[in-house]
Design a protein around this ligand. Structure first.
Ligand SMILES: Cc1ncc(COP(=O)(O)O)c(C=O)c1O
Length: 382
């Protein structure tokens, strides 16, 4: 049996169109965009073009786009860069940041760093049993000294999608910038700054068919940002280091393709997802869907299977040709129950039985055979 890769939230293969667009900038036009000669200028032109294409998809200005080494760096730059720049203008140089307990580690650990090293306060807004953040809870977390609200658009483990426009309205009312971790949302959900109302947005290329190690922080020019990487002053001083020109071209190509396909892909894949979820729940009585039943990513189906072990179910699935994950790739292999599931009120013993299926955007046929493999795998483990 051939292998079916259903771990696309962990990473995706590079799309052929993306690789093709990148190749000239790895070989022929290899210049340093800061060099003042024709080889450098060709690279600088390509970088500027990639920047404006990314900006167009987001509805931001070219100057708002900072290329980074991925989603982790974009989140670190947003959380630390915005919070530290804002606190510089306060007498005690400390401040308060608001996030949620279900964020990716790159947000949670950045907030922890601000608390440990810089004496900041942080509030984690509780989520409900479906991993949704209410506007009331977000409003209650805000203080006079709050300088940043950071929320994930769509959760990487359970696929729950937040009402970003409503949360942005809460932040705007309090005159606090909103940072959106849109790493999992890109390609499935609208990214327009105008529609969503964010001040900063993180994206990662490798979730979209671009290579690993390339990301973007889009940050509105009016938001002060303290850099994390100091040096030659590239990216308007916000991220020093010779730019990855080919990576930027690949990122822009992947983002444009995903955006062009987004509405059709979301409708097609969410129908397949719903049929898959229904079949798993029908065949496996112990299966519980995790995350919001309605507000969820088109490409994510996540469950717990009480009475099993998630890791054992994954092995049985792989024997049957299905590659999936227990939750996030970062937590894979660890015995700790997922912080996301625990924050949703799921008992640690049940959280250990989690299995997540994340689909490719091109998926175009029902997954009945996968649901049957889930049934057989759970039975084998039990
Ligand atoms: C929601 C979310 N944020 C951030 C990241 C980090 O992105 P990267 O792997 O590019 O560092 C990931 C995935 O790994 C993610 O799922």
């Amino acid at each position: 049996m051939s292998m079916l890769y259903l771990d696309n939230a962990a990473t995706t293969p590079v799309r052929p169109e993306v690789l093709e667009a990148m190749m000239p900038y790895l070989t022929r036009w290899y210049g340093n965009p800061s060099s003042h000669h024709t080889v450098g200028e060709a690279a600088a032109d390509a970088l500027a073009d990639a920047r404006s294409r990314v900006a167009r998809v987001l509805g931001l200005r070219s100057g708002d786009i900072v290329f980074t080494s991925g989603g982790t760096e974009a989140n670190n730059l947003a959380v630390k860069g915005i919070a530290i720049a804002a606190a510089q203008r306060r007498p005690d140089r400390r401040a308060h940041v608001v996030t949620t307990p279900i964020e990716h580690e790159s947000v949670l650990e950045s907030v922890d760093y601000l608390e440990r090293v810089h004496g900041y306060d942080a509030t984690l807004v509780p989520v409900d049993e479906h991993a949704r953040v209410s506007t009331d809870a977000a409003t209650a977390a805000l203080r006079d000294d709050t300088v940043l609200v950071s929320v994930g658009y769509a959760n990487n483990e359970v696929g729950t999608v937040q009402d970003v426009a409503a949360l942005a309205a809460v932040a705007r009312e309090a005159r606090v910038p909103l940072h959106l971790d849109a790493v999992q949302a890109a390609g499935w959900l609208p990214l327009s700054a105008e529609e969503l109302g964010y001040d900063a947005i993180s994206l990662a290329g490798h979730k979209l068919g671009a290579p690993k190690g390339m990301g973007v922080l889009g940050v509105r020019g009016r938001v002060p940002l303290e850099p994390l990487l100091h040096g030659g002053g590239q990216e308007r001083g916000r991220r020093s280091g010779t730019e990855d020109v080919a990576g930027a071209v690949g990122f822009a190509t992947a983002l444009e393709l995903a955006e062009a396909e987004r509405v059709e892909a979301s409708a097609r894949v969410s129908a397949i997802r719903d049929r898959f979820i229904a079949r798993v729940c029908e065949r496996v009585p112990s299966a519980r869907l995790t995350g919001d039943p309605v507000h969820r990513l088109a490409g994510t189906a996540s469950f717990t299977f009480e009475g099993t072990s998630g890791e054992a179910v994954l092995l049985e699935l792989e024997r049957r040709g299905v590659v999936s994950s227990s939750g996030s790739a970062c937590a894979a292999g660890s015995d700790e129950p997922s912080h996301v599931l625990v924050a949703m009120g799921i008992a640690p013993e049940i959280a250990q039985t989690a299995v997540r299926f994340t689909f490719p955007r091109w998926l175009n046929a029902p997954l009945d055979a996968v649901a049957d493999a889930v049934e057989a795998s759970v039975a084998a483990v039990r």
